[in-house]
Design a protein around this ligand. Structure first.
Ligand code: ADE
Length: 228
């Protein structure tokens, strides 16, 4: 998969791609990530990329021309499955969206800043808008990094243990069950006997029951939903 990230703060977003699972995906050649500094497409020699909003009001708006130039340069070279705009005024990211995106070949992620982007960008270039939650960040960079993490770890070959992404929370509209490791007793706190029994069908049953219990308690809203 190739991911092109358009941003006004490339330095802010680079770090998560240099560590852990995302780095592993990149090192294995399964995913490549390219950062594009929007200022390189600015409309004057100072790299102007934003302006006041028409109609008045506080906050600067990213202009259409630099974004058009950047996206057009990318689209001229290859076709993209999605042009994604990170914004709080969109549907919230969930595991199903991450699953779908993990099979894309090329995606562009546009990160907003200030008051956002000129609406015409959203109408003309953007094919999917994603929020990471009902709160407002200073920019879309961290949101884009979160989206990339959620997607990249699902691409086959990125995680060492192929099955571990399948047992994550949300994969089947359930939160993950509790997990334990050694020692089996710590300061009188015991691991549930069933996990030490070696009876794997029973262990699976127990895990499912615990997952349902946890979901009913904490996130009843995701039980029996289709996720989108
Ligand atoms: N940009 C600012 N806030 C955001 C959010 N919650 N999700 C995605 N992009 C954002």
């Amino acid at each position: 998969m190739r991911i092109d990230i358009i941003t006004v703060s490339p330095e802010l977003i680079k770090s998560p791609f240099e560590h852990s699972i995302i780095k592993r995906g990149i090192d294995k050649g399964i995913v490549e990530v390219h950062f594009h500094d929007l200022r390189n497409y600015g409309i004057n020699k100072y790299g102007k990329i934003d302006d006041y909003q028409f109609g008045g009001g506080a906050g600067m708006v990213l202009m259409i021309e630099p974004i058009d130039k950047c996206i057009s340069a990318l689209v001229d070279q290859r076709s993209y499955d999605e042009v994604i705009y990170m914004t709080p005024d969109a549907k919230t990211l969930n595991q199903q969206t991450a699953n779908k995106l993990s099979s894309a070949k090329n995606i562009i992620i546009l990160t907003g800043h200030y008051k956002g982007v000129d609406q015409r960008v959203r109408e003309k270039f953007v094919t999917k808008e994603i929020s990471i939650g009902d709160y407002v960040l200073s920019g879309g960079e961290l949101a884009a990094a979160i989206l990339c993490d959620a997607v990249i770890r699902l691409i086959p070959g990125v995680l060492g243990d192929e099955t571990s992404a399948l047992t994550d929370s949300f994969q089947d509209n359930l939160l993950a069950p509790p997990v334990y490791t050694r020692p089996s007793t710590y300061k009188n706190m015991k691991v549930p006997d069933i996990l030490l029994s070696g009876n794997f069908p029973k262990i699976e049953e127990w895990r499912h029951e615990e997952a349902v219990k946890r979901t009913k308690n904490i996130r009843p809203d995701i039980l029996n939903t289709t996720n989108e």
